[in-house]
Design a binder for this molecule. Structure first.
Ligand code: AHG
Ligand code: MN
Ligand code: MN
Length: 329
C-alpha cells in the first residue's frame, strides 16, 4: 500500500494562510467552497457524454427532471457553493447580466468574478473545458453595488482556474507564485502536483484562431507569419495549437511555453474575451509564473474594468513571445 505523500489543497491553503498575520480562515473557506463546486461540476462533466441516454439539454431526462446545459449547471453550482459559505458578498458571473449579491452576506469580505464554464463549444465533443475565478476584497460593507467590481486586475487577491481535462486540476495564485493541484478521483481530493509553476521564457507554440486571419490587423498577421516562417536555426516554424477553450490553451502554454492570442478583429474590435473574469485572472496567474499578459497596448492587470462584461484583446504567455507579438503591432 502506498503511503500518502502529496499535500492536499486544503492543507496547502491553511499553511499558506497561516503565514499571513491576522488571517481569519475566511479566505481558506472561500477557496474550499470553490474547490467543492469544481468537484461537483467535474462529476457532471464526466457524465456529459451520457446526455443521449439521460436526456438532451433542455429536455427531460429519464427521471423526468429537466436536463440543464452544463454552463447553466456550473453557474448554479458555483453560486450555491458561494452562497452557502459565509465569505462571499456578491458574484459577477459570465452567465448573469448583473451581479448576484447574497442576502445576509452584506458584511462578508470577498467578491468573486467567474466564468463558470469556459470553452462551452467543446462540451458536447469531449474536449477540455474549465472554470475561471477571480477574488477581490471588498472595501466597504453593506449592500453590494456593481461598481465595486470596477477594479484593475492588480487589486485581485487571488485568481485561478479548474481545468476539466484528461485529469482535473485546480491552479491558483494568491500573489505568491502559482501552484497546481490534481484531483485524485479515487479520494475526491485535489493534491499538490505542480508546485511553483514557472512559465518558460520562450516557447514554440502559438495559439490563435487562424480562421480569423483575414479579419486581423496587419501586425497580428505579421506575427502569425513570423511564427510560421521556416528558420530552423531560430526554432521556427512554431507549432499551432488551438483548442478553443481559453483555460486549456492557457494551461498548456503555461506548462510548455507558448503564446495565446485573442486579437481585435474587424468583426469584434475588442476581441472576444472578457476582462473581469477571463483576462484579468489569467493575467494574474501568468505574471505570477513569470509570463506576460497585454491587450496589445497595456498590461491587462492595469486596465480598469468599466463594465462587468467588457471585452479586451488578449496576448498572453511566455514573456519573450508576448514581447515579440507586441513588437509586430
Ligand atoms: P465561453 O465558453 O466561456 O463563452 O468562452 C469561450 C472563449 C474561450 O474559451 C476560447 O478561447 C474562445 O472563446 C474561442 O473563441 P473562437 O471560437 O472565436 O476561437
Ligand atoms: Mn470563457
Ligand atoms: Mn463561459
Amino acid at each position: 500500500m502506498l503511503l500518502r505523500q502529496a499535500k492536499t489543497l486544503t492543507e496547502f491553503i491553511i499553511e499558506e494562510q497561516s503565514s499571513f498575520p491576522g488571517a481569519t480562515g475566511e479566505f481558506s473557506q472561500l477557496m474550499n467552497d470553490l474547490a467543492l463546486a469544481g468537484k461537483i461540476v467535474n462529476r457532471e462533466v464526466n457524465k456529459a457524454g451520457l446526455v443521449d441516454i439521460l436526456g438532451e439539454a433542455g429536455t427531460e431526462n429519464v427521471q423526468g427532471e429537466e436536463v440543464k446545459k452544463l454552463d447553466v449547471f456550473a453557474n448554479e453550482q458555483f453560486m450555491a457553493a458561494l452562497r452557502s459559505g459565509q465569505e462571499c458578498a456578491a458574484v459577477a458571473s459570465e452567465e448573469d447580466e448583473d451581479i448576484v449579491a447574497f442576502d445576509g452576506r452584506e458584511n462578508a469580505k470577498y467578491l468573486v468574478a467567474m466564468d463558470p464554464l469556459d470553452g462551452s463549444s467543446n462540451i458536447d465533443v469531449n474536449v477540455s473545458i474549465g472554470t475561471i475565478f477571480s477574488i477581490y476584497r471588498r472595501e466597504r460593507t453593506g449592500k453590494v453595488t456593481r461598481d465595486e467590481f470596477f477594479k484593475t486586475g492588480k487589486e485581485q487577491i487571488a485568481a485561478g482556474y479548474i481545468i476539466y481535462g484528461s485529469s482535473t486540476m485546480l491552479v491558483y495564485t494568491t500573489g505568491n507564485g502559482v501552484n497546481g493541484f490534481t484531483l485524485d478521483p479515487s479520494i475526491g481530493t485535489f493534491c499538490l502536483s505542480h508546485p511553483n509553476i514557472q512559465s518558460p521564457k520562450g516557447g514554440k507554440i502559438y495559439s490563435i484562431n487562424e480562421g480569423n486571419f483575414n479579419r486581423m490587423s496587419a501586425g497580428d498577421q505579421n506575427f502569425v507569419k513570423w511564427c510560421q516562417e521556416v528558420k530552423p536555426e531560430e526554432g521556427r516554424p512554431f507549432s499551432a495549437r488551438y483548442i478553443g477553450s481559453l483555460v486549456a490553451d492557457f494551461h498548456r502554454n503555461l506548462i510548455k511555453g507558448g503564446i495565446y492570442i485573442y486579437p481585435s478583429t474587424t468583426s469584434a474590435p475588442n476581441g472576444k474575451l472578457r476582462l473581469l473574469y477571463e483576462c484579468a485572472p489569467m493575467a494574474f496567474l501568468i505574471e505570477q509564473a513569470g509570463g506576460k499578459a497585454s491587450d496589445g497596448k497595456q498590461d491587462i492587470m492595469s486596465i480598469q474594468v468599466e463594465e462587468l462584461h467588457q471585452r479586451v484583446p488578449l496576448y498572453t504567455g511566455s514573456s519573450e513571445l508576448v514581447d515579440k507579438a507586441l513588437s509586430t503591432q
